[in-house]
Write a protein that binds this ligand. Structure first.
Ligand code: C5P
Length: 252
């Protein structure tokens, strides 16, 4: 499928105009960044794995009626998605303490939280995506109270789905981040899950060993990131036929 004009280049993905109005092509790069792009590397095969994994999770969400931007995968690195207007928030759901929550509150990583906790960061790289209370979001007009109620409901459904799927393959879903987009159907606005769901945006720990199978492997220099993501893909049965390395050499 012919790609249109490049319309946005992010840290891990590039968006191109799609074949029909209201569609985009999302291209998954091999670039890995952490700490607001202070740490960078190219990780061979990461884009191929995240394209497949995001497809798997978004299709699963679609099948249980959680609306999202995914239309279809086009090839090893690209998927066709619905164009939407991204709400400028990172929606983070935590089941166990880790990362910035552990640091901020001094709670040991891996401590089970009394219930899933949702938090919001304002999407702004220059500011380092600061954590913001719901009151700011509504007062500054980034989302309405009704939007926030819908976003919380969506986030909890994604959490239940992801936690269940991961549990089934021996992985604990510690936390994750999603982004939400607006689409218009006539005069009616709907909120849908957008961006990607992959080990770049989740914390995934092996239930037995506690081994990290997510981007913390890169952030904290814990080993080979492709091996970690390949393990997640293998357990879920979504590995490309000849493995990410083979796929990569065909694509590039
Ligand atoms: O760093 P922190 O503990 O706040 O991250 C919570 C979750 O959100 C982690 O799964 C992390 O991978 C994800 N996240 C993300 N993109 C960001 C910030 C956090 O995917 N910019």
């Amino acid at each position: 499928m012919a790609r249109g004009k490049k319309i946005y280049e992010g840290k891990a993905k590039t968006l191109y105009e799609g074949p029909e109005p209201g569609t985009l092509i999302q291209y998954f790069k091999d670039d890995a960044t952490a700490f607001n792009a202070e740490k960078k590397a190219v990780v061979d095969g990461k884009g191929v794995l995240n394209n497949r994994l995001s497809e798997f999770f978004m299709e699963g969400l679609n099948s249980i009626g959680v609306p999202n931007h995914f239309i279809k995968r086009l090839n090893m690195r690209e998927q066709l998605i619905r164009q939407c207007e991204i709400v400028p928030l990172e929606v983070i759901v935590r089941n166990f303490a880790a990362g910035s929550m552990s640091k901020r509150l001094g709670i040991e990583e891996g401590t089970r939280l009394p219930r899933p906790i949702i938090e919001f960061s304002y999407k702004d790289d220059d500011l380092g995506d600061p954590l913001v209370p719901e009151e700011y979001i509504i007062a500054f007009g980034w989302a309405s109270q009704q939007d926030m109620d819908d976003i919380v409901a969506l986030a909890l459904r994604v959490n239940d789905f992801m936690a269940g799927v991961m549990y089934g393959v021996g992985i604990k879903l510690i936390d994750f981040k999603i982004e939400i987009g607006r689409v218009w159907e006539g005069d009616f606005m709907r909120l849908i899950v957008a961006d990607e769901i992959s080990p770049d945006s989740c914390r995934l720990w092996d239930i037995e060993s506690g081994q990290k199978l997510d981007k913390d492997v890169f952030r904290r220099d814990l080993g080979n990131l492709t091996d970690a993501y390949t393990e997640v893909a293998r357990r879920l049965g979504v590995l490309p036929t000849n493995g990410p390395a083979a796929a990569n050499s065909v694509i590039n």
